[in-house]
Design a protein around this ligand. Structure first.
Ligand SMILES: N[C@@H](CCC(=O)N[C@@H](CS)C(=O)NCC(=O)O)C(=O)O
Length: 223
């Protein structure tokens, strides 16, 4: 059987979620990088909305990171979902919440005006407040979404926390999780995992900042 091939754009947080899952599951896969500003024809033919990630499985193509990750989870056991259907459903709902955070983060970094950027920042902070209220207590300085072990839902959040961390390397003012102790331990726990560390190319931290600056956003002007 041919290896699954993930089509990626280096800076895409949604692709990164799938890479984390592939690494966690130790799947033998290939990855092809494309430039979203100059999409190749072969890509436009297989990606229904011209978006990454897509996972090519022989003749079949899957799209939408959450769906790709569910497929990887089902076909590479043991599952990273809880067994209980109610808990599993809740994890899926909280993974959706991570996508909302990624949208806020994109708006925060790309907004042209300070007011719009700050509005997105406030939206992220109110989401952190909600997360802080539902997360369990950390144990021995570690925390995953459901406590002591990693689940699929954690992989949905890691790319968001990693981008905050890239920004934090420029200035502590971007350390938005500092006021949320449990969220902070969760973020630190996720960012210390080999599957998360190895889910982006070495140049990505720098290129992420360059990408924001190149968009002439208000926040880009602070970098
Ligand atoms: N809901 C999608 C979102 C994927 C998405 O928005 N990908 C972006 C890159 S991060 C994309 O391909 N955008 C198309 C473009 O920029 O033309 C998923 O989770 O896979």
């Amino acid at each position: 059987m041919t290896k699954p091939t993930l089509i990626s754009f280096k800076l895409c947080p949604y692709v990164q979620r799938s890479v984390i899952n592939l690494l966690e599951k130790k799947v033998d896969y290939e990855i092809k990088y494309i430039d979203l500003a100059n999409k190749p024809d072969w890509f436009l033919k297989i990606s229904p909305f011209g978006r990454v990630p897509v996972l090519v499985l022989g003749e079949d193509v899957l799209f939408e990171s959450a769906v790709i990750n569910e497929y990887l989870d089902e076909t590479n056991l043991p599952s990273l979902h809880p067994n209980d259907p109610i808990q599993k459903a809740k994890h899926r709902a909280w993974a959706e919440f991570a996508s909302a955070l990624l949208v806020d983060q994109y708006g925060w970094t790309m907004a042209k005006e300070e007011a719009e950027s700050n509005k997105k920042k406030e939206e992220m902070l109110s989401k952190f407040k909600i997360l802080e209220s539902i997360l369990p207590e950390p144990k021995n300085g570690k925390l995953f979404f459901a406590g002591e072990s990693m689940h699929l839902v954690d992989t949905a959040y890691a790319p968001f926390f990693m981008r905050l961390d890239f920004l934090k390397s420029v200035s502590e003012t971007f350390d938005l999780v500092s006021g949320f102790p449990k969220v902070k331990v969760w973020s630190d726990t996720l960012l210390s995992l080999p599957s998360v560390k190895n889910s982006v190319l070495p140049e990505v931290p720098k290129e992420y900042l360059v990408f924001i600056k190149a968009h002439n956003s208000w926040l880009g002007g602070k970098l």
